[in-house]
Design a protein. Structure first.
Length: 109
């Protein structure tokens, strides 16, 4: 049986869910490194982005006897569906709980 993987997450995701920390304004490009703020109107309805901080054990296969391997790992920078997540706050920090199927891609660099 697969184990959940965590790094800096106060939550342990279940099944095929992933806990994602939203990108900071600088990481997301809404504030430049020099501090210039880029308005929301310039980014119109883009998918969300974040860094994976915890990964569930995976979804059970159709026979129910084996877990499916997760395609993401802790530390991956991912982009996910704008409406495909649940937002939670723990100790004043914001996290997203995302189903693996709502993750659209993993940044390669």
């Amino acid at each position: 049986m697969a184990e959940t993987t965590q790094s800096g997450s106060p939550l342990r995701p279940l099944g095929d869910r992933v806990v994602v920390r939203p990108l900071t304004e600088v990481e997301a490009g809404t504030v430049s490194a020099s501090g210039i703020i880029i308005p929301d109107s310039a980014k119109k309805e883009k998918p969300e982005q974040g860094v994976v901080v915890a990964v569930g054990a995976g979804k059970w296969n159709e026979d129910g006897d084996k877990r499916m391997v997760m395609d993401v790992k802790v530390g991956d920078k991912v982009v996910f569906s704008k409406y495909g997540y649940d937002e939670v706050k723990v100790d004043g920090k914001e996290f997203f709980i995302v189903s693996e199927s709502s993750i659209l891609g993993v940044f390669t660099n």
